[in-house]
Design a protein around this ligand. Structure first.
Ligand code: GLC
Length: 570
C-alpha cells in the first residue's frame, strides 16, 4: 500500500458500505481521463507515452482532480487505438514498459492522485496468443471456445452465422481459413475484425480476467474502467437482432448482445477481488444501456462502484431536458446507494464545446453545472483548456477504425459510428509554440490546428479569465464547500424559462445555489439570488456579466447572461 493511501479509511466492504459513505473517496471524486497517445510525448516520437504522462502529473495535481483514468496502454497492434489488447500484462513499447507504469503509479500516489486503468474484457486483439492458437488449431480446438467461432450459414457456409452488425460498420462476423487453407468458420467481433469477442461462458476466460485484476491491483492501481462492460454475455444461441441496421457506439437499443442479465454475476465476482485489497479499489462500468434504471444494476452494492452516465452526456443544452435527466439519474441510483456520475466529454464523442453548439461560454457553463451536481464527475483531457473538436483533419491522417470502415456494408451503406472520433483525440497543447506546442519534441501523430498554442496550459495559467483557471477555481470550491461533492441532494428552485436552478444544503445548514441560463437571452434572476454572493461565474468574453472567475461583483444587477452558470453562496 502506498503512503498516501495508508492514512485513508479502509473500504467498507459489500452491502454494509452505506455506513461509511462519508469516507468513500469515489463517491464524489473528480476523475480525469488521460488518453495516453495524446497527452504528452516523453521520447519525441510524436506519440504520447507513459513517461510523458508521468512528467505532466503535476498539472493534474494543480488542477485539483482526485484520480486519473488512463485509456489502454497495453501491448496492442493499435487497430482500435489500444482497445485491441494482445497482452494484458505488458505495456506497448510505444508507451514504455512496466517500469514506466510502476513509476507512474508511484508518482501519482505521491501527488495524492489515484490511478484507474482501462480493462478491455469484451474482446482481445486478433494478435492475442489465444486467438492465434485458436486459428492454428482449427475447428474443435478448445481455444476456439474462448471466442465465438461458428460455421457459416447458407449452402456453402459463406453467409454469416447471424445478422449482427459491427459497431464500426459491416457485419459482426469474419470468416477464417482452416489450417489447410480452405474457407472455414466465422468468428464474432462486435467491433473491428481485429477485435474478436471473448466467450464469457468459457471458464478459462473468467479465470484469466480474475487473474488480470490481481496483476494490476498488485501493481498498485486504484481501480478499473471496464470497457464495454455491458457486452460480455451474449443471449443464449446468439439469436438474430431481427432489425439489421447500423448500431451506435453510445446507443440505447435493446440488443441480444448487450446488457444481458448474465453480466452481473461476473461483476459480483470481481467485486470480491477488489474488496480483498486495501484502499478502496473501484470498478467503473462503461455500460450503454436502454435507461438509467438498467445502468443502476451494474452498481448494486455487491457489484461495481460507478457507471458512466451517457444519458447525461447525450442531453441537449436545454433546461427542461437537463432537469429531467438529472432527476432520473439521481432517482435511479438512490435505490442501489451508488453515486451518480456525470460526464460531458471522452475519447469517443465530439468534445462538448463543439457538440453543445460551439461557444466556449456554453461549454464553461455546462462544466460548472456538471461540477455542481451530487456524485462523481469525469473530465476528459483538454476540456479544461476549452479545446474544441478538430473538425478538419485530413482523411489520410485519421486512424479511427470506424472511419476506415465507413461503407463496409456490402451494399456500400452505413457509416459505422460516424467514424469521426479522431477529432477529440488530437494531442493537447502545453506551450504557446514549439514543436507540437509542448506535446513533445517530435511532432504529433494527429496534426494540431494552427493556433492550438493559444489554448495551451502555459498560455492560460495565471489568466483569471481562462478556462483552465475556471476549472482550477471550480475544483477548489467543490473540494472546500460542504454542500458540494457527494453531500446534499438537489432541491429545484423556481426560475425563469430557460434557467435551471437548484439549491444544495449542507448538513451544517450552508446553502449553495447553482443557476444555469440555457436560454438565448439574459434572464432576470434577482428574485432567485436575492441574498448572498457569487462564488464563481462561468462567463467569458464581452457577452457576460463581469469578473469571470472570482465573480464577486457579477450579477449585481440580478441578470444572468445567456450560456452562463453561477455558483452562489446563499
Ligand atoms: C469502448 C471504447 C472505445 C472502443 C470500444 C471498443 O467504447 O471507449 O474507444 O473503440 O470500446 O473497445
Amino acid at each position: 500500500m502506498t503512503q498516501h493511501l495508508a492514512d485513508r479509511p479502509q473500504p467498507a466492504s459489500g452491502p454494509g458500505r452505506s455506513q461509511d459513505q462519508a469516507h468513500d473517496w469515489w463517491r464524489d471524486a473528480v476523475i480525469y481521463q488521460v488518453y495516453p497517445r495524446s497527452f504528452a510525448d516523453g521520447n519525441g516520437d510524436g506519440m504520447g507515452d507513459l513517461a510523458g504522462v508521468r512528467a505532466r502529473l503535476p498539472h493534474l495535481a494543480d488542477l485539483g482532480v482526485d484520480a486519473v483514468w488512463l485509456s489502454p496502454f497495453y501491448a496492442s497492434p493499435q487497430a482500435d487505438a489500444g482497445y485491441d489488447v494482445a497482452d494484458y500484462r505488458a505495456i506497448d513499447p510505444m508507451f514504455g514498459d512496466l517500469h514506466d507504469a510502476d513509476a507512474l503509479i508511484r508518482d501519482a500516489h505521491r501527488l495524492g492522485l489515484r490511478v484507474i486503468v482501462d480493462l478491455v474484457p469484451n474482446h482481445s486483439s486478433d494478435r492475442h496468443e489465444w486467438f492465434q492458437r485458436a486459428l492454428r488449431e482449427g475447428p474443435g480446438s478448445p481455444l476456439r471456445d474462448r471466442y465465438h467461432f461458428r460455421p457459416g450459414t447458407g449452402e456453402r457456409g459463406d453467409a454469416p452465422p447471424n445478422d449482427w452488425e459491427s459497431i464500426f460498420g459491416g457485419p459482426a462476423w469474419t470468416r477464417v481459413a482452416d489450417p489447410d487453407g480452405t474457407p472455414g468458420e466465422w468468428y464474432l467481433h462486435l467491433f473491428a475484425p481485429e477485435q474478436p469477442d471473448f466467450n464469457w461462458d468459457n471458464q478459462a476466460v473468467r479465470d484469466e480476467f480474475r487473474s488480470l485484476l490481481r496483476f494490476w491491483l498488485d501493481m498498485g492501481v486504484d481501480g478499473f474502467r471496464i470497457d464495454v462492460a455491458h457486452g460480455l454475455v451474449k443471449a443464449a444461441g446468439l439469436p438474430d437482432m431481427g432489425h439489421p441496421g447500423q448500431l451506435k457506439l453510445l446507443g440505447t437499443q435493446v440488443l441480444p448482445f448487450f446488457d444481458q442479465d448474465g453480466v452481473h454475476e461476473i461483476y459480483r465476482s470481481w467485486r470480491q477481488i477488489l474488496d480483498e485489497y486495501p484502499g478502496q479499489r473501484i470498478g467503473v462500468a462503461e455500460a450503454w444501456t436502454p435507461n438509467a434504471g438498467r445502468t443502476a444494476l451494474y452498481v448494486r452494492p455487491d457489484e461495481l462502484h460507478q457507471a458512466f452516465n451517457f444519458h447525461y452526456l447525450n442531453t441537449p443544452w436545454d433546461a427542461l431536458a437537463l432537469r429531467e435527466v438529472i432527476d432520473s439519474s439521481l432517482d435511479s441510483m438512490r435505490p442501489v446507494g451508488a453515486p451518480t456520475t456525470w460526464v460531458l466529454s471522452n475519447h469517443d464523442v465530439v468534445r462538448h464545446r463543439t457538440r453543445l453548439g460551439g461557444s466556449l461560454a456554453r461549454a464553461r457553463a455546462a462544466t460548472l453545472l456538471m461540477l455542481a451536481l451530487p456524485g462523481s464527475a469525469y473530465v476528459y483531457q483538454g476540456e479544461e483548456l476549452g479545446l474544441p473538436e478538430v473538425e478538419d483533419l485530413p482523411d489520410d491522417a485519421r486512424q479511427d477504425p470506424a472511419f476506415l470502415r465507413r461503407g463496409a456494408h456490402e451494399d456500400g451503406s452505413g457509416d459505422g459510428q460516424e467514424g469521426l472520433r479522431d477529432g477529440c483525440r488530437v494531442p493537447i497543447p502545453w506551450t504557446p509554440d514549439g514543436s507540437s506546442y509542448g506535446f513533445g519534441d517530435g511532432g504529433s501523430w494527429l496534426p494540431q490546428p494552427a493556433g492550438w498554442g493559444g489554448l495551451s496550459v502555459a498560455e492560460q495559467t495565471g489568466d483569471p479569465a481562462s478556462t483552465l483557471e475556471l476549472y482550477r477555481a471550480a475544483l477548489a470550491v467543490r473540494h472546500a464547500h460542504p454542500a458540494l461533492g457527494a453531500g446534499a441532494d438537489v432541491e429545484w428552485l423556481e426560475a425563469p424559462a430557460g434557467v435551471l436552478a437548484f439549491r444544495r444544503r449542507a448538513a451544517d445548514g450552508t446553502a449553495f445555489v447553482c443557476a444555469v441560463n440555457t436560454g438565448e437571452a439574459a434572464a432576470d434572476v434577482s428574485a432567485l439570488l436575492a441574498t448572498g454572493k457569487a462564488l464563481l461565474v462561468s462567463g467569458t468574453g464581452p457577452d457576460t456579466a463581469t469578473d469571470t472567475v472570482t465573480g464577486t461583483d457579477a450579477l449585481s444587477a440580478g441578470i444572468l447572461p445567456a450560456d452562463t452558470t453561477v455558483w452562489w453562496q446563499e
